[in-house]
Design a binder for this molecule. Structure first.
Ligand code: CA
Length: 222
C-alpha cells in the first residue's frame, strides 16, 4: 500500500492511477489530517509526500512521522514543485528517502518508487538484532540463543523483535499491544503478559533477559 499526500486533485489522481496500473495499491490524502486518519487504519509501505500543503506542510508531517515509533520506519518520497537545492537538502536531512520534483515523467516516478521500496525491504531483510548471546534475524524470521535455534509463534517473534528494537527501554503493555497487535486490537493488556510468559519459557535461560518492570511493562537488556 502506498499513500499519496497531495492537495492538487489532478496530480493526486494521476499518481494513484499510475501506481495502480503498475500493480501497486494506492490511496490519496489531501492533507495531514487525512493522512493521520489513514495511518490509524493501516500503515503503508511508502508515503509520497507533497511539501506545499494547506495547513501543516510536508516537512512538518515528515518530522512527526520520524518521531513516532510506529511510522518512523515507513519510507518517504518528497514530491514537490520546488526545485531549489536547499529544499532538496532540507527534505533529505529530515529523513526523506528520496525526492522528486514536479513535473516529472511517470516512468521516472515509478522507477524511483520501486528503487526506494527495494532499498528499504533489503535493509529490513538484513537486519539482525542482538542482546548478549540472543540474536534475532528479521528477514529470516529466526531466533538463536547460543547457536541453538528457538521456535516461536508469529506474535512471540514480533513481541521479542519489538523489545529488542528498543533494547534497554521499558515498553509499556499498551505500547506493546499497539505495536504487536495493532491499534484496533480489542484485547486486554493481559494478552501481553501471557505472551511474555510463553516467550520466556521457550527462550529458556535467555528468558531471564526479559525483565518485568512492575507497574510499567517489560524491558530487554539494560
Ligand atoms: Ca501542493
Amino acid at each position: 500500500m502506498i499513500y499519496c499526500v497531495e492537495d492538487e486533485k489532478n496530480i493526486r489522481e494521476l499518481l494513484i492511477y499510475t501506481l495502480e496500473t503498475t500493480g501497486f495499491s494506492a490511496k490519496g490524502m489531501a492533507n495531514a489530517k487525512e493522512l493521520r486518519t489513514a495511518l490509524k487504519e493501516e500503515l503503508p509501505d511508502l508515503i509520497l509526500l507533497d511539501i506545499m500543503l494547506p495547513g501543516e506542510d510536508g516537512y512538518s508531517i515528515l518530522e512527526s512521522l520520524k518521531l513516532s515509533r510506529d511510522t518512523r520506519g515507513i519510507p518517504v518520497i518528497m514530491v514537490t514543485a520546488k526545485e531549489a537545492e536547499y529544499d532538496k537538502v532540507k527534505g533529505l536531512e529530515a529523513g526523506a528517502d528520496d525526492y522528486i520534483t514536479k513535473p516529472f515523467g511517470m516512468m521516472e516516478f515509478v522507477a524511483r518508487v520501486k528503487a526506494v521500496l527495494r532499498r528499504c525491504s533489503k535493509q529490513e531483510d538484513d537486519k539482525e538484532l542482538r542482546c548478549g548471546d540472543l540474536s534475532l534475524s528479521v528477514g529470516k524470521h529466526k531466533v538463536r540463543w547460543n547457536d541453538t535455534s528457538v521456535e516461536l509463534t508469529r506474535k512471540e517473534f514480533e513481541l521479542l523483535q519489538y523489545l529488542m528494537e528498543n533494547k534497554g527501554l521499558v515498553m509499556s503493555r499498551n505500547q506493546i499491544l499497539c505495536h504487536v497487535w495493532g491499534y484496533d486490537f480489542d484485547g486486554e493488556t493481559r494478552t501481553v503478559d501471557v505472551h511474555v510468559r510463553t516467550l520466556r519459557q521457550k527462550l529458556g535461560e535467555a528468558g531471564n533477559l526479559i525483565e518485568t518492570v512492575r507497574g510499567v511493562g517489560y524491558r530487554i537488556g539494560v
